[in-house]
Design a protein around this ligand. Structure first.
Ligand SMILES: Nc1nc2c(c(=O)[nH]1)N[C@H]1C(S)=C(S)[C@@H](COP(=O)(O)O)O[C@H]1N2
Ligand SMILES: [Mo]
Length: 506
């Protein structure tokens, strides 16, 4: 056994399969994605030249994708076996194989559209399992090599451990599939859902300035930023969802999903942003939200005159306290059921979330919302307000330069700068750009349907050769100019002007 190769190869293969099993189980339980192996297959399809994909399709018909996955699995098996064989020469020998496969896996999962940090978990868990099991098994083999007199005992140990690992891996993979089945089923329900009153496609009622590199006015769902405190996304079937509205009201109300969508559905373009966004950051997006106005719901319930907030609770236990006024005034604060014409993506709160124009998400935009308690700020604290963030979170005026990027080299002469600016509930009157502390130039603005969305801006400036510092500021429709005072996001949103450095060459 000590000199023969097969046990080493077997150890490598079993360890790799154990890693595949935990990786698959992690993907099923924690994400709404397929396993990393499928992610790699998708990247291969994406990166392969069209001729190759077309050739594969004509050769294999609709079997091209399963065939690709099987091919990747066979390649993985040979890597596992190779790592095992390498370990015979020294425990560190397989390290390169681990690093290489880990890197490919991570690149594939993080390169998926709309990937989130959690999508790395299956690769990390799988890799750790592989390395740990591999080391445990090859350890037994190394011991047998050192003590030939114990060989038959070590072999028994090896075989027992190997058998146990095989059974455990299979169990983990099956259990993962089982636990994740709920979320997968919700994803199917979501795709099949048609909500009356939700327009599938609608041209953005805004003019795009058409400057490449500037954030598109409408943020696609897959590119919309994501903030959540939960690890496993809530999986809620629409028919299992209900919302209780209670507290300081004369009449309580419990709404089912079908009762909710039977009401009048309002559609509104609203820019949502996160209080944690740094100056120039991208925790902001603009979408068309469809839902039921909260003001209309509350109007029938007899809200007490002493109430000043609504404590919102999500299915995952997240909470926030929202000013009652923002939920009852003219703005389109809503229980949203669709985003850009599609049922809410699970990660954005399916089946129902709150959207309140003009407030940061942490005090208003409850995903997977299940409970609204009319109350007072004196009696309510939300998740983030117990962690040092301010109780009130009105959105601050902000502007961002998207092109050129900081650090870019541009040809000297006419340079077109462009980006976005927002001040929900107030609106943007002007955007101004300044080069090297000179005079502020007024940018052209795109047309927008309301004060609740961001505005694209563009300005062409003559830039001489050399290094330059460029800043942007917005002026609100209330006449107030964005402050240049730099403040960190904590406790109620960052301030300061987005500044980039570029160098212009002849
Ligand atoms: N249930 C739940 N809702 C939540 C959060 C959360 O962590 N859990 N994060 C909030 C924060 S801080 C923001 S900025 C927005 C982000 O919404 P998005 O992930 O759809 O962009 O959701 C809000 N709603
Ligand atoms: Mo946020």
């Amino acid at each position: 056994m000590t000199t023969r190769r097969p046990p080493w190869v077997l150890a490598g293969v079993l360890a790799g399969l154990a890693g595949l099993a935990t990786s698959y189980a992690t993907a099923m339980v924690l994400t709404i994605r397929e396993s990393p192996v499928v992610a790699v297959a998708e990247q291969v399809i994406r990166l392969a030249p069209d001729a190759v994909t077309e050739g594969a399709i004509s050769l294999l018909g609709t079997l091209d994708k399963p065939a690709l996955v099987i091919g990747i699995l066979l390649l993985l098996l040979s890597c596992f076996a190779g790592a095992g064989a390498l370990a015979r020469r020294g425990w560190w020998q397989p390290v390169l194989v681990w690093v290489a496969l880990g890197a490919v896996g991570l690149a594939a999962v993080m390169g998926q559209r709309g990937s989130a940090p959690i999508d790395a978990a299956p690769v990390v868990v799988g890799l750790l399992t592989w390395v740990t099991v591999h080391s445990a098994l090859t350890d037994a083999l190394l011991r047998a090599r050192r003590r030939p007199e114990l060989e038959s005992r070590e072999r028994r140990v090896f075989l027992m451990v190997a058998g146990a690992i095989s059974v455990a891996s299979l169990g983990i993979a099956v259990a993962g599939r089982f636990v994740g089945a709920g979320r997968r089923h919700v994803e199917v329900s979501r795709r099949l859902l048609r909500i009356p009153g939700v327009t599938r496609r609608q041209a953005p009622p805004a003019t795009s300035l058409g400057l490449p590199g500037v954030a598109p006015w409408q943020t696609p769902n897959e590119d919309f930023y994501r903030i959540d405190t939960t690890i496993a996304l809530p999986a809620i079937e629409p028919e299992d969802w209900s919302l209780r509205i209670h507290g300081m009201v004369e009449r309580e109300l419990t709404l089912t999903y079908s009762e909710l969508v039977a009401r009048t559905v309002t559609e509104s373009w609203i820019t949502l942003n996160c209080v944690s966004n740094e100056v120039g950051g991208d925790l902001v997006g603009n979408a068309r939200w469809s839902g039921v106005r909260i003001a209309d719901l509350l109007a029938d319930l007899g809200v007490s005159a002493d109430a000043d907030c609504v404590l919102q609770t999500s299915h995952d236990g997240w909470t926030c306290a929202t000013p009652l006024e923002a939920l009852t005034d003219e703005r389109d604060a809503m229980l949203a059921v669709a985003m850009n014409g599609r049922p809410l993506p699970i990660e954005h709160g399916f089946p129902v979330r709150t959207i309140v124009p003009g407030l940061y998400g942490y005090v208003s935009a409850t995903k997977w919302v299940v409970d609204l308690e009319v109350s007072t700020f004196a009696d309510s604290v939300g998740y983030w307000t117990t962690r040092g963030w301010s109780a009130e979170g009105p959105v601050k005026i902000a502007s961002r330069i998207d092109v050129p990027r900081s650090g870019d080299e541009v040809p000297a002469g006419e340079v077109t700068f462009g980006g976005v600016a927002w001040h929900q509930q107030t609106g943007i009157a002007a955007v101004e750009v300044q080069v090297d502390g000179g005079a502020w130039g007024r940018a052209e603005l795109g047309q927008v349907p309301s004060v609740d969305t961001w505005v694209q801006w563009a300005l062409t400036v003559d830039v001489p050769e050399g290094d330059h510092e460029v800043r942007v500021r917005a002026v609100g429709k209330d006449g107030a100019t964005q402050t240049s005072v730099l403040r960190s996001p904590d406790p109620d949103g960052s301030t300061g002007l987005h500044t980039i450095e570029i160098s212009a060459s002849a």
